[in-house]
Design a binder for this molecule. Sequence first.
Ligand SMILES: NC(=O)c1ccc[n+]([C@@H]2O[C@H](COP(=O)([O-])OP(=O)(O)OC[C@H]3O[C@@H](n4cnc5c(N)ncnc54)[C@H](O)[C@@H]3O)[C@@H](O)[C@H]2O)c1
Length: 334
Amino acid sequence: MKAILTGLGGQGLSWLGDIRRRDDVEIVAFVEPFEASISRAVEKHGVPREAIFPSLDEAIKNVQADFVLDVTPPAVHHEVAFKAFDAGLHVLGEKPLSDNFQIAKDVVLAGQKAGVKHMITQNYRFGDQPRTTRKVLDEGLIGQPGQADIRFYMPWADNPGSHYVTQPFMLINDMMIHHFDLLRYVLNQDPETVQAITWNQPWGWHAGDAAHAIVFKYPSGLVATHVALACDNGHQTTYNGDWHIAGPLGSLDWQKDGTFYWHQHRTDNPVVNQRVEHLPVPPQRTAMVDEFFAAIRENREPECSAQDNLKSLAMVFGAIQSSKEGRVVQLSEV
Ligand SMILES: NC(=O)c1ccc[n+]([C@@H]2O[C@H](COP(=O)([O-])OP(=O)(O)OC[C@H]3O[C@@H](n4cnc5c(N)ncnc54)[C@H](O)[C@@H]3O)[C@@H](O)[C@H]2O)c1
């Protein structure tokens, strides 16, 4: 497969390393408008200067490709997608699908109309902890989950001038999309309502709110809470966060060093902090690119298709709307 890589920022260069390790993909062109990013890619990462184009239009005119790997900032994703679709190219796009929900819906429709595959790189759900948790929940280890509580404490995204620190609600839009997508994957159900309050700490470095308490309610009766502080200078969780998923037969807990099963009360066989061995899974990007290529080959929707991703994105924009309007938001109204 031949790819055009758009965006040679931090994440684009990181993708470049992974793609170079595969023997079934060749990057035939790069797109990057900013000289500082171009020089770094050329000087430090061996990208040939002549293969870098200032726009996707130029790249498409000059090379034959099968797909675009889009690693531009969120506000640019729709431009890249529309141009790729016009040229009949599949798109493997970095999350979030867009920083605007209406535009995200338009992009999904355009991709469907063009008859191409459009997958969003929700890499977190391909990790061993979520894959294992989904499996043991499906097997009924703790019964039907009734509550999931997630905590995320990190000094997240502190690069001055980047979209992470200059734009509103980036913690929810750019980072929590991973956790909300994880919730959908791990619990295998979608919420109905969201209620969020968001705020900032006086010592924080984000222009947009970087702390929140969010409650999702599900048609099954399940309640999920999400609490985060993205300018935490103290104790840190992992990027997955600490999770406590409770059901009638105990709990599953995500901690820094693994996943643990507890069943202490109302049982004849108490279980305390029993490690749940993680399934062996491929590296997240390997799994995502494999899935993307398989969907193209088999002409089916990939896991994390852009269309499916709208449900994760609705949780993001529902939470932002709830915070702005100070009320419970039905996800169907987003
Ligand atoms: N999946 C993950 O875990 C993960 C982690 C980090 C970043 N990301 C995502 O990756 C994307 C990029 O993030 P980043 O940290 O590399 O940002 P960045 O700002 O470091 O890099 C973005 C690059 O895109 C370039 N760019 C801007 N407009 C462009 C255009 N029209 N065409 C081509 N290039 C253009 C910029 O000049 C910059 O070099 C974001 O969507 C971000 O959310 C995902």
